[in-house]
Write a protein that binds this ligand. Structure first.
Ligand code: HEC
Length: 131
């Protein structure tokens, strides 16, 4: 009888441990889903802002060739005003979506992820604000 009780107790403890660990796993998944940005399976593209969301992408993938001191093709992207000029003339969306008639950017690199392109599009659709 004692053995049966011990076995039952062991089963209950193991079950509780499993519940705790599956619970903490789902919390991690929730946290991951809340993060904005590049990577991961989720992609938040609502209410995107220049400084928080767009500038880090341009910095990572474009500053290598497009800063004021080293402006490939005469194009610098390292400030809000300079990036906005490329939005207003239509070039930014053309080059990052690899539209025909535009040189594909980043030149020699792979296309930006759909997530990053959608982040930039959302920012433009909200009026290309300096936010
Ligand atoms: C490895 C260097 C390199 C990287 C990285 C790069 N570019 Fe360029 N970019 C160039 C060169 C060179 C030109 C001029 C090419 C031409 O006119 O055919 C250019 C031209 C452009 C132009 C002008 C297009 C036009 O029609 O006049 C824009 C806009 C642009 N790049 C945006 C970007 C953006 C946005 C990124 C990042 C996603 C980026 N570039 C990354 C080298 C680069």
């Amino acid at each position: 009888m004692k053995k049966v009780l011990l076995t039952l107790a062991a089963i209950i403890i193991v079950c509780n441990l499993m519940m705790v660990s599956s619970c903490s796993k789902s919390n991690e998944a929730d946290l991951a889903a809340d993060t904005t940005g590049t990577g991961g399976s989720s992609c938040d593209t609502v209410n995107m802002k220049y400084a928080t969301n767009v500038q880090p992408i341009i910095s990572s993938y474009c500053y290598g060739c497009h800063t004021t001191g080293a402006a490939s093709g005469g194009v610098a992207l390292d400030s809000y005003a300079k990036l906005k000029a490329q939005v207003d003339n239509g070039n930014l969306i053309g080059v990052i979506t690899h539209a025909s008639g535009y040189p594909a950017m980043p030149q020699g690199g792979s296309k930006l992820s759909d997530c990053n392109i959608n982040i930039i599009k959302d920012w433009i659709n909200r009026g290309t604000q300096n936010n």
